[in-house]
Design a protein around this ligand. Structure first.
Ligand SMILES: N[C@@H](CCC(=O)N[C@@H](CS)C(=O)NCC(=O)O)C(=O)O
Length: 234
């Protein structure tokens, strides 16, 4: 048993850990060489994480410390484990990675959502489906199927939006340089999200972003590839 516990969103299949934010934390823990007991959690199980003072995952219990929100968890791990490899490429790297985290949240994640969100309910635990549909349809202002209705066309704009990744990968295999760091984890989490809950193909096989996604799937002994999922590129 670890001294750390990570509450993670799971689907009907408890092995289908599909939250992009939880994947950011999984990668951050692996990067720091830290283990954790990863507990499956469902969206309607609010009582199970009420001790964190809010209702979303990831929630990390690290000894006596409880931290929620993936970015806050990354900051906590960086501060608490300074001798382990830096999540941000060393001192001074954090503000630039925070920008990339914001880009992932505001561009990549919404872009992926429009392509895959209608596929999520069929992978969810039964007790979560109505809650998910209601809250997300309110957020999007439309039925999930309508949000994804034009995805065969919308995917082109999504692929174009990834140009900053392609430009960065021209000079290094990872956004973090020769090895991945939190910039890679936060952006890749959106692809891992889609991979876990949708068979819709996000990337063409010849896209350098697809080769990078393969490298991310292989990282940490293939950690992200070990959960049930579909292909990211074809
Ligand atoms: N900004 C938060 C977002 C966390 C979040 O939205 N988590 C989702 C799972 S992907 C959640 O727990 N949702 C519960 C709900 O919507 O009730 C982070 O970075 O951790």
């Amino acid at each position: 048993m670890s001294t750390r516990t990570l509450y993670e969103l799971a689907g009907a299949d408890p092995d289908r850990r599909f939250s992009p934010y939880c994947w950011r934390t999984r990668f951050a823990l692996a990067h720091k060489g830290l283990d954790a007991d990863c507990v499956p959690w469902r969206m309607t199980d609010k009582d199970a994480i009420a001790f964190s003072g809010q209702g979303k995952v990831p929630v990390l219990v690290d000894g006596e410390t409880v931290v929620s929100d993936s970015w806050q968890i990354a900051l906590h791990l960086e501060k608490t484990y300074p001798d382990a490899p830096s999540l941000f490429g060393g001192d001074g790297g954090m503000p630039a990675v925070r920008f990339i985290n914001a880009w992932a949240d505001s561009v990549v994640m919404p872009g992926v959502a429009r392509l895959v969100i209608a596929d999520i309910p069929r992978h969810m635990a039964d007790r979560d489906v109505d809650y998910f549909r209601q809250t997300r349809e309110q957020r999007f202002g439309a039925p999930l199927e309508t949000v994804c209705a034009n995805r065969d066309q919308d995917v082109e704009a999504f692929r174009q939006s990834l140009l900053p990744i392609r430009m960065t990968l021209r000079s290094a295999p990872f956004l973090g340089g020769d090895t991945p760091h939190y910039a890679d984890y936060t952006v890749f989490s959106a692809f891992q999200w889609a991979r876990c809950i949708s068979d819709f193909v996000l990337l063409t096989a010849d896209d350098p972003v697809a080769a990078w996604a393969d490298r991310m799937l292989a990282a940490f002994d293939g950690m992200a590839s070990k959960v049930p999922g579909y292909r990211i590129a074809a």
